[in-house]
Each structure stands twice: as structure tokens, then as C-alpha cells.
Design a protein around this ligand. Structure first.
Ligand SMILES: [Zn+2]
Length: 420
């Protein structure tokens, strides 16, 4: 613990310096190349030219099957320097988490060698070797929010149309989740249906190559959808989607909390995924491969995420309005899922398994209303959730702001993006 405090102090003292070094190097990349060339030619010609201020920066990629030690050795670090680095970095970062294709920048000055690499989106570690000792600092790279608007007609497949319009997968998935309660995307798409998706995407303002293995955080903010002549307008607000008038657009609870089974109910020729429903059976079962992500059926608060003898690993969520949901026999829990955690609708809470009193891999799913078990497939949901009063006013201000920010983009036929 004492050690990490030292590192934190180092971060505060050296942080800015390190970051600006990374910065300057990026901006002066062309100059560096010239400098290197000049160095070579000066060495060829004579030894009077001063070259003790040379700074070089080179990028190395960790190829699949390659080891970090091998990469660092080829970047000019000795075995003992690599071992010392692995040791010094431990309190801040576990090198075992490094993914293949990660890029490393190595900056060399006459007095130091610095290794820069990303640990997550917009987060880098700078490891600086000065006189055989490593100084490790963690730095945040500044990001900017890019606003993107995509309008397109849907002729056959929504996924195909979205992909042709360069809409990222997670954005189209959010749109489908938001609208799946009132549009059946397998059956109700008509020729000429038109959709506009407004979303934002975070990008780093420098050293983008270091983050190539991490996806940019994206958020869908508004949907305008003309389906069979009907116009739906949805806005993302407080972790969920509302219609323009403040009425909740998403169902309070999803009917099935896992993807494969949920989609299978849309295909007539596929077997119904519900297995073994009997009078004594208090929930419904879904069969799917071990490890299938299980989602929170609705926004709520985790009451239990622990092991019980009969249910095995199970999650119990309180959704308010007297509704609870239970997910049993899980293989394990998703990161951060524990008593008291807040979850959003569709968030992964655990993984399908075969724990507790279970004879085969499956999800056992229950919905409780005011303490009584109800049939999730026949449940009537509170569909009249509507923002009112101050909440409605704040929502209107929010959507006016979105309209204004995206207006220029929406009417731009080229669908260009803009920065904040
Ligand atoms: Zn069951």
C-alpha cells in the first residue's frame, strides 16, 4: 500500500511532464524522422555534429502469439529491464491483460527510454526508464464527443441497412431494444420505412493508434422511425427511452432476459425455447449454451447476487412498482453485480449455467408482483409510465437541446458528423 502511494505521488509530479512528452512527440513525428536521418548522415560524414539531443519514437505492435518480453527486447530493452518493469508495474497494471494487436510507443532520449501503451479507452500508462529505474505513471488522454446522425431507408434487413449506413452494431442494438416492444423487426418492416439515428461517439484527441484494440464509447440519443406510415420519436433519458410526450417507450420488463431465446420467439419455424413448464414450476426455463449472457429484464436494484442451495448462483432484482425478477442456476455473475448495484434494462448480470438443483444447463426465470409469482409470458406491465411535472419539464428541455444540437446534421444529406 505504501508502494502505491509513492506511485500516486510520482503520478502527480511527473504526470503533466510525461503527457506533454507524449504529445510533443506525436506532433513532431515528421521532424523526428528528419532528425534520425540527419543523425545517420552526420555519423557517416564526421563526428563533429552534436547528436546528444536526439529523440526517437517508434511504434511496436504485439502480434498474435508474440510475447511482451520478445517485443520489449526487440524495442531495445534488456532482460533485466523487462523484469524490473514487470515488477514495478504490478500495483498499477497486470501485464497478463495485454491483448494481442496492442501498440506500444517507445520514446528514446539520450537519458531515458519511455514505453507508452493503453490500458483502456483514453487511459495510458507511461513507463519511463531513467538510470535503471522505472517510473510508472497513468494518464488520461483528452477525448472529444463526436455527434453523428445517420438517416437511411430500410428495404429488407434493418441490420444490413444500418451497416450500409455505417451505424455501429451497439447503436443499432440499442435502437432495436428500445423499439422491440412496439415494432416486430422481423415482420413489420415495409419497403420505404425510414429511420434516423442520432448518436455520439467519444474519440481520443491524440495517439489514436494506441487505442486501436478498444472500442469508442457510443451512446444512442434519439431515434426517429417511420414504420408503415407511423412516425415514432424516441429520446434517451435517464438510462432509458421515452417518447416525445414523456411516455416510457421501453417495456417496463423485457419478456425474455437472454438474447438467443428472445429472438427465437420471433421465428415461427423454431422451437419455443420454454422448457418444462408445469403447474408447480414457478418460473420459466430457457435453454441456451453455457455462458450465454443473461440480461436484467428491467432497470432496477440488485437485492441478491449470491449462491443458494436450490437456485445455485442467482440474481434477484427489485424494479420498483412491486416487481421483482429472479435469475437462477447461473454459471457466474457479471462484473459489478452485487447487492445494492443499480442495473439498466438489458445490462448483462450473469451467465447461463447449471448450478444449484439443476439437471441441465438452463436459465430459470421468475417474475414476482407484490410478492406473488406471476407468469412472465402473460404479465400485464405498467404501460402508463409517464414523466410529469418537473421531470417532464426537465425532459422537454433535454429533447430541445438534442434537437438543436443534431438539427444541422439531420438535414445534411451527406450525414456528416460534427464535433462538440
Ligand atoms: Zn425452472
Amino acid at each position: 500500500m505504501h508502494f502505491s502511494r509513492i506511485i500516486l505521488v510520482a503520478l502527480l509530479l511527473v504526470g503533466c511532464d510525461e503527457q506533454s512528452q507524449c504529445n510533443d512527440e506525436t506532433q513532431n513525428k515528421n521532424t523526428d524522422i528528419e532528425d534520425t536521418r540527419r543523425q545517420v548522415s552526420s555519423q557517416e560524414k564526421d563526428n563533429t555534429a552534436p547528436h546528444n539531443t536526439e529523440i526517437t519514437r517508434q511504434t511496436y505492435t504485439l502480434n498474435k502469439g508474440d510475447t511482451l518480453t520478445h517485443l520489449l527486447r526487440s524495442a531495445g530493452f534488456s532482460f533485466s529491464e523487462v523484469y524490473a518493469l514487470a515488477d514495478t508495474i504490478k500495483p498499477l497494471y497486470d501485464f497478463k491483460k495485454i491483448q494481442s494487436h496492442t501498440q506500444f510507443d517507445v520514446i528514446k532520449t539520450p537519458n531515458s527510454k519511455t514505453l507508452c501503451f493503453a490500458t483502456s479507452f483514453a487511459q495510458v500508462i507511461n513507463a519511463k526508464l531513467v538510470e535503471e529505474s522505472w517510473e510508472i505513471t497513468q494518464n488520461a488522454i483528452t477525448t472529444q464527443t463526436e455527434k453523428i446522425s445517420r438517416s437511411f431507408a430500410i428495404n429488407h434487413s434493418l441490420y444490413q441497412a444500418a451497416s450500409d449506413a455505417e451505424v455501429p452494431n451497439n447503436v443499432i442494438n440499442s435502437a432495436i431494444l428500445a423499439m422491440s416492444h412496439f415494432v416486430d423487426f422481423q415482420r413489420e418492416i415495409r419497403q420505404g420505412d425510414q429511420i434516423t439515428l442520432n448518436f455520439n461517439s467519444e474519440t481520443v484527441t491524440q495517439d489514436a493508434h494506441l487505442f486501436s484494440t478498444f472500442s469508442n464509447p457510443q451512446q444512442l440519443v434519439a431515434i426517429s422511425f417511420i414504420n408503415q406510415g407511423k412516425h415514432y420519436e424516441l429520446y434517451h433519458y435517464q438510462d432509458t427511452f421515452y417518447f416525445k410526450d414523456g411516455k416510457l417507450a421501453q417495456n417496463f420488463l423485457m419478456k425474455t432476459p437472454l438474447n438467443g431465446a428472445r429472438l427465437s420467439s420471433y421465428f415461427g419455424k423454431r422451437k419455443h425455447p420454454v422448457l418444462g413448464y408445469t403447474r408447480q414450476h414457478k418460473g420459466i426455463d430457457f435453454s441456451a449454451p453455457i455462458g450465454t449472457p443473461i440480461m436484467a429484464a428491467g432497470k432496477g436494484k440488485v437485492l441478491k447476487a449470491s449462491y443458494s442451495r436450490s437456485f445455485g448462483n442467482r440474481v434477484l432484482i427489485d424494479h420498483g412498482n412491486g416487481y421483482h425478477t429472479l435469475y437462477a442456476h447461473l454459471k457466474g455473475f457479471a462484473k459489478g453485480i452485487k447487492h445494492g448495484a443499480h442495473v439498466s434494462q438489458g445490462q448483462t448480470i450473469g451467465f447461463l449455467g447449471n448450478t444449484g438443483l439443476s439437471s441441465a444447463r438452463h436459465l430459470h426465470y421468475e417474475v414476482h408482483k407484490n410478492g406473488k409469482v406471476i407468469n412472465p409470458l402473460k404479465m400485464k406491465q405498467p404501460s402508463n409510465i409517464q414523466l410529469t411535472g418537473d421531470e417532464l419539464h426537465a425532459f422537454k428541455v433535454h429533447i430541445n437541446d438534442i434537437e438543436k444540437r443534431y438539427a444541422a446534421l439531420v438535414y445534411d444529406s451527406n450525414n456528416k458528423s460534427a464535433l462538440d
